[in-house]
Design a protein around this ligand. Structure first.
Ligand code: 13P
Length: 342
């Protein structure tokens, strides 16, 4: 097999002990996050918050890459250093969220398709010029007794593969993110079934569209009981069912699976990843690309004030360290007390 830069980048993003920070909240999503601390989302505050995260001392030990929103990849730190250069200088790879978000899927009820393919080739070239080494595109699927439809599954798989092929042409590693949302009352069995169908379609389309899976990463949901289910599966069952699903449906050539946290508590997201790695080795690196589960404590500690920057950084570093431990199956809940911020 001929190794190329995409393979090396993908492997570096899942280097031992490291994972990805998803800091690519769109303007609408970051406003929702800021709402939780009663803060209006202004460009200045978004820049300040991201600067605090990106300059966290020592975090490069645990973080290999950061996914940035379009606004952020063009912003600079207070000293004038563009964010992508600031991250790269610390050995952290910058990446870009390149989809244009969810739209209602035509002739379907309560289903979405992700848009953003028009003009994508040129935008990828621009992001690469700004310093991005990888990209992200997120599709979502809701679970009910009837949904997702095959139509939704295949329309999104097709778009994910078109995005991934364009990324590889532009020299960017595509993070392929099919997120089966875990809201609702569904059983873990139903989550397993839907996630299986979704992954099957995604890898069929990636193959048909000539994508080299060695130069990709998968960013999936874990297989969970619905958040409102009466009887929710515990940590070991989640780890077992998630692994079983991926062993059946994700090619061994994929270098890494970087989970999203998807609304799990910080500790659950860490414990699930830890349990999966504890039963390794597996064909792929199992890592994290968390948004909320890395930032929740940090956001609350910051509370919109520069004076709280050090406390926010301590909170972020702590969560990054816990998830780094989960990469080797050596995390224990007792570790939460060391260096944690309330
Ligand atoms: P969460 O970990 O908060 O789900 O965010 C990850 C992400 O990038 C969603 O697209």
């Amino acid at each position: 097999m001929i190794h190329n830069e995409l393979h090396e980048t993908a492997k570096a993003l899942v280097a031992p002990g490291k994972g990805i920070l998803a800091a690519d909240e769109s303007d609408t999503t970051i406003q929702k996050r800021f709402d939780t601390i009663h803060l209006e989302s202004t460009e200045e505050l978004r820049q300040a918050y991201r600067e605090i995260l990106f300059t966290t001392p020592g975090v490069e030990e645990f973080i290999s890459g950061v996914i940035l929103f379009d606004e952020t990849i063009r912003q600079s730190a207070s000293d004038g250093t563009p964010f992508p250069q600031l991250l790269a200088a610390r050995g952290i790879m910058p990446g870009a969220k390149v989809d244009h978000g969810l739209q209602r899927l035509a002739l379907a009820e309560n289903e979405t398709v992700t848009e953003g393919l028009d003009g994508l080739r040129d935008r990828l070239i621009e992001y690469r010029g700004l310093g991005a080494r990888f990209a992200k595109w997120r599709a979502t699927y809701s679970i009910t007794d009837e949904l997702p439809s095959d139509y939704c599954i295949w329309a999104n798989a097709h778009a994910l593969a078109r995005y991934a092929a364009l990324c590889q042409e532009a020299g960017l590693v595509p993070i392929v993110e099919p997120e089966v949302l875990q809201d609702g009352t569904h059983s873990i069995e139903r989550s397993y079934h839907v996630t299986s169908r979704v992954l099957d379609a995604v890898y069929t389309e990636l193959f048909d569209q000539r994508v080299d899976v060695f130069g990709t990463l998968l960013k999936p949901n874990m297989v969970l009981s619905g958040y409102d289910a009466a009887d929710r599966a515990g940590i070991d069952e989640v780890a077992d069912r998630t692994l079983e699903c991926f062993y059946k449906h994700v090619p061994a050539g994929v270098p890494g699976i970087v989970f999203l946290s998807g609304g799990q508590s910080d500790e659950d997201a860490t414990a699930h990843l830890n349990a999966m790695n504890a039963s390794g080795p597996h064909p792929w690196e199992l890592s994290f690309s968390y948004g909320r589960a890395l930032q929740g404590h940090a956001l609350r500690a910051w509370d919109g004030e520069w004076a709280n920057a050090a406390a926010a950084q301590q909170a972020f570093r702590h969560r990054a360290k816990m998830n780094s431990a989960a990469r080797t199956g050596t995390y224990t809940p007792a570790m939460e007390r060391e260096g944690a911020v309330a």
